[in-house]
Design a protein around this ligand. Structure first.
Ligand SMILES: [Ca+2]
Length: 285
């Protein structure tokens, strides 16, 4: 069976020819698809895995007058990493189905031009990706901004989804999208760990806890916690202790240390349920 392949880039660069239906040898209706991506090129910064990244909206549409199915494979030029490897969907008539795609460049990626490719049958769309080096740290910068973060547990339900990255995303607001909350009510201690790709020297940690109308620091915030840093020997060393906290921002100062890891060991919250961290920041004063 002869297939008609359509390749088009959304945005009007290529016109879509008149659609022609096709079929596989087993008779299942298929169709050439139109692939699209918006924006049509992406600028990203290497490293900083917990900083919000710009998204590409992928689009797929069939080109015939009856519903069909489409599968698009996604590949990225190394060392870029994609949030998905495939985009598959039922394709109703006359509607473009979309899906989000996040592209990350790991720490150490050589700055330059890279590509992400979408392929469906013989249809192919290439999205150029420009990778920049992260800006060099300046005096007074938060050394944990965008760094990889993990919690021993994270509160996720069908309607509520926190992410460990919320505590290092550079946003001090307390929301599901910009904070981290532990799971397991009353289970302490819980640990919130930030990992740096290169050692940094710091002597102050600022912790911002929940600060919304519904979750005030004095009623829902972290009350007792230890500030720990990773030693060269791989041990967690406590450099500061906070007890009885009732404010949004608590500051811990300590003799300067050079480390690749910061850990907040939360021992208690003011309502004894979960640990809530809106942001953790590290500085060298
Ligand atoms: Ca945050």
């Amino acid at each position: 069976m002869r297939r008609v392949i359509v390749v088009a880039a959304l945005g009007g660069a290529l016109a879509v020819p008149p659609a022609v239906a096709a079929a596989t040898d087993d008779g299942r209706p298929t169709a050439p698809v139109t692939l699209s991506a918006s924006p049509q090129r992406l600028d990203i910064v290497a490293g900083l895995p917990c900083l919000p990244a710009p998204k590409i909206t992928l689009g797929m549409a069939n080109t015939i007058s009856e519903p069909s199915f489409g599968d698009a494979m996604l590949t990225a030029q190394a060392p870029l990493a994609l949030s998905r490897g495939m985009f598959s969907s039922y394709l109703p008539v006359g509607r473009t189905v979309t899906a989000p795609l996040t592209v990350r460049a790991p720490h150490g990626t050589t700055p330059g031009e890279y590509t992400v490719s979408l392929t469906s049958g013989r249809s192919e769309l290439t999205v150029p990706v420009h990778v920049s080096a992260p800006p060099p740290q300046q005096p007074g910068d938060n050394l944990l901004r965008g760094a990889q973060a993990n919690g021993t547990s994270t509160y996720v339900t069908s309607s509520t989804e926190f992410n460990p990255c919320g505590g290092t995303d550079g946003d001090r607001r307390w929301t599901q999208a910009t904070g981290w909350q532990s799971a397991g009510s009353g289970q302490f201690p819980v640990y919130y760990t930030v990992t740096l790709p290169e050692p940094e020297t710091m002597n102050r940690i600022d912790l911002y806890t929940s600060n919304s109308t519904a979750a005030k620091p004095q009623t829902h915030g972290v009350r007792d916690y230890d500030v720990q840093v990773l030693t060269a020997g791989g041990e967690w060393q406590t450099v500061a202790q906070v007890r009885g906290n009732i404010v949004v921002k608590s500051t811990s100062s300590f003799p300067a240390v050079r480390t690749t890891g910061v850990r907040i060991a939360v021992l208690a919250s003011n309502n004894a349920d979960y640990a809530r961290i809106a942001e953790v920041e590290a500085y060298l004063d």
